[in-house]
Design a protein around this ligand. Structure first.
Ligand SMILES: Cc1cc2nc3c(=O)[nH]c(=O)nc-3n(C[C@H](O)[C@H](O)[C@H](O)COP(=O)(O)O)c2cc1C
Length: 397
């Protein structure tokens, strides 16, 4: 971690602009320190240009159902890279066909998919962003519908391109089909699929990998005692329930270059009585750190339907802070972080090492460029795409 917690100049009244009225050169050097949100961040050999990242967001837009990212995905990711995000994590990217959340999901289980990702990753990097891939297996929530197919919050029937979902135990999610209980052989296959997908992700040029162990998909289902009722070595106490995640982490780390960062996204609580909580999350984070995980991406929920979630601005930040402070591991915070000063404050106060801007980035691909202006940064200090410099925030004509 670099430069944590120093008070950045350029906060507060005046917005950091010099006497000339434009952000700039006539401010004294000591005033030109970067806002916390825009300080570089180092993870292994990777230096990320800032701490405003885009989290994984499934676009459910592979209409050919072949898992290959399309021209839409290229535009979606590269335009947000031009918008200044430090890291962009791809949407849930399946490690096998039945690891997709819906038939409209992207994947990275074959070479054709990896080639399509390589083009997207290359151009994200050309814009200064570190592209990371979120590897996922959907588990009992697999074969869900998507807007182009229907069956929303339900299981797509096999005759329409769906499949029977699989999970740790035969307990369905809401009104979805009952999953097949996975055998130990199935579990080992999942680990192999993550390993192969990680190998392809490295070849495709991604700068990092995130394992999706949140939101009630397979890796998180094994963790949660309300979903995992197994009596074998992959169930029972916490060490049994985290066995799959640890084995997948080892398999993936094993095929990654030493200098490439590995992230894991977790749900810090399932918001259900008697279920998964912060204490276990901290314990898992400690173990993952020992297995070569560099950062925990802290979210919540998605595991159990019908729970009440007290969503309000920044409501998940305290979970990230607790994981950071108790497990002594870098974290990102996510969830209803929408305003530049709110985002900057979270990093400046060491509540998280980076923040993720999700839905706000769907409506505003250039959110970081605007945030830099709002936080009073000099234009020279933010990477503007050269052809767009004449339209920079703060230029009125
Ligand atoms: C359209 C959409 C798709 C999402 N897909 C994923 C996903 O593939 N993987 C994941 O971990 N989270 C996913 N999420 C959750 C987001 O990463 C993020 O945690 C959530 O939107 C809260 O952040 P926000 O309030 O900034 O949007 C998705 C969210 C949205 C809105």
């Amino acid at each position: 971690m670099v430069d944590q917690g120093k008070k950045p100049a350029g906060e507060g009244a005046g917005g950091g602009r010099g006497p000339s009225g434009r952000p700039g050169k006539d401010r004294p050097e000591q005033d030109r320190a970067l806002p916390a949100l825009f300080r570089p961040f180092r993870l292994r050999d990777l230096t990320v240009r800032n701490r405003v990242w885009m989290p994984p967001m499934d676009m459910y837009s592979v209409y050919r159902h072949d898992g290959i990212p399309t021209q839409f995905h290229y535009q979606h990711y590269v335009s947000r890279a031009l918008g200044g995000f430090g890291v962009i994590i791809t949407e849930a990217t399946a490690v096998s066909p039945d690891g997709r959340i819906s038939p409209c999901d992207v994947g990275i289980w074959n070479d054709e998919q990896a080639r399509a990702w390589a083009r997207i990753a290359e151009d994200m990097k050309a814009s200064g962003t570190a592209p990371m891939v979120q590897l996922n297996h959907s588990g009992r929530k697999g074969s869900s519908g998507c807007s182009s197919m229907g069956h929303i919050n339900a299981t797509v029937p096999v005759q329409e391109g769906g499949w029977q979902p699989a999970g740790p135990s035969p307990i369905p999610y809401g009104h979805m089909d009952t999953p097949r209980e996975m055998s130990v052989r199935d579990i080992h296959q999942v680990t192999d699929d993550f390993r192969s997908a990680a190998r392809r992700a490295v070849q495709a040029g991604f700068a990092g990998i995130e394992l999706h162990a949140a939101h009630g998909y397979l890796l998180s289902e094994f963790l949660d005692p309300l979903i995992n009722k197994r009596g074998d070595e992959y169930g029972g106490d916490l060490s049994g329930r985290m066995r799959l995640l640890v084995e997948v982490t080892d398999a993936v780390r094993d095929v990654m270059p030493v200098g490439m960062p590995l992230l894991v996204r977790v749900s810090a609580t399932d918001w259900a009585p008697g279920g998964w909580g912060l204490e276990e999350t901290v314990e898992v984070a400690r173990v993952l750190k020992l297995h070569g995980v560099d950062l925990i991406d802290v979210s919540t929920g998605g595991l159990v339907p019908g729970v009440s979630i007290p969503a309000k601005p920044g409501y998940q930040v305290p979970f990230a802070t607790q994981v950071r402070n108790q497990a002594l591991v870098p974290v990102t915070a996510v969830g209803l972080i929408t305003r530049p000063k709110q985002a900057d404050r979270i990093v400046r106060k060491n509540q998280a090492d980076a923040v993720e801007i999700g839905r706000a980035a769907l409506r505003e691909p250039y959110w970081p460029l605007r945030a830099a202006y709002k936080l009073g940064m000099d234009r020279e200090d933010i990477h503007y795409p050269e052809p767009y410099a004449r339209g920079a925030y703060g230029i009125s004509r």
